[in-house]
Ligand binder design. Structure first.
Ligand code: PGA
Length: 249
């Protein structure tokens, strides 16, 4: 059985002061032993959030990393910096980073390998645009994104990775994919992982759905056999996040 993983993606929200307050609000609401709980927070919030959630079931995640170890890369944050600050998970390849910061599949492949080498758990995002869905190339597109991301990654390492399927048209729009639409693509992702690594590995990898998941729609999505969790934007900044974490109570 794959353990469900519910991760908040705070994006560019919350000053360090606000971040600590939000942790205090959410701490009592996100206790659920059946679920891995992660707060992925802006780089500057990592240290105060790690301090605020110490001793709780909440894991700290970052929203990005750079694939080089150190050096002249102004503005970037390395895997070692994240680890030293108490980070366990790291998001990569979010559609906002692909769109606004020109992150490519090849970059994501380098970030994935670096995170695995250092012992961070990667949350690799993929997902199609509305245009691609309407053109009927959703599966091909997501398969291509993941095939490149996983190039050179061993089966043993692949098992540690979390994949987040996030249709771009559903992110921050209030338009959730139906549970059937989300399951269809998550199943296709598992089929690809079976092709690449065999079924033992494919069955071990957790696949989240992301895109306007909230307290109202989470139960139906998380009931699907290939949806092992959620990557939550808007609703992760509210007490609603507690209801999502406790979807099975
Ligand atoms: P959303 O964002 O829940 O606000 O749609 C999800 C994400 O971008 O990870």
């Amino acid at each position: 059985m794959r353990k469900k993983i519910i991760a908040g993606n705070w994006k560019m929200n919350m000053t360090p002061t606000e971040a600590v307050k939000l942790c205090e609000t959410l701490k009592p609401l996100v206790k659920n032993e059946d679920v891995d709980v992660v707060f992925c927070v802006p780089a500057i919030d990592i240290i105060p959030v790690a301090e605020a959630v110490k001793g709780t079931n909440i894991n700290v995640g970052a929203e990005n990393l750079y694939f080089e170890d150190k050096g002249a890369y102004t503005g970037e944050v390395s895997a070692d910096m994240l680890l030293d600050a108490g980070v366990k998970y790291v998001i990569m390849g979010h559609s906002e980073r692909r769109e606004y910061f020109h992150e490519t599949d090849a970059d994501i492949n380098k970030k994935l390998k670096k995170a695995l080498e250092k012992g961070l758990i990667p949350i690799v995002c993929c997902g199609e645009s509305l245009e691609q869905r309407e053109q009927g190339i959703c599966f091909d597109f997501v398969r291509m994104q993941l095939k490149i991301a996983f190039q050179g990654v061993s089966a043993e390492d692949a098992k540690k990775v979390v994949i987040a399927y996030e249709p771009i048209w559903a992110i921050g729009t209030g338009k959730t994919a139906t549970a059937d639409q989300a399951e269809e693509v998550c199943k296709a992702i598992r089929d690809l992982l079976t092709e690449l690594y065999g079924s033992d590995t494919a069955e071990a990898i957790r696949i989240q759905y992301g895109g306007s998941m909230n307290a109202g729609n989470c139960k139906e999505l998380l009931a699907k056999p290939n949806i092992d969790g959620g990557l939550i934007g808007g609703a992760s900044l509210k007490p609603d996040f507690g209801s999502i974490v406790n979807y099975n109570k």
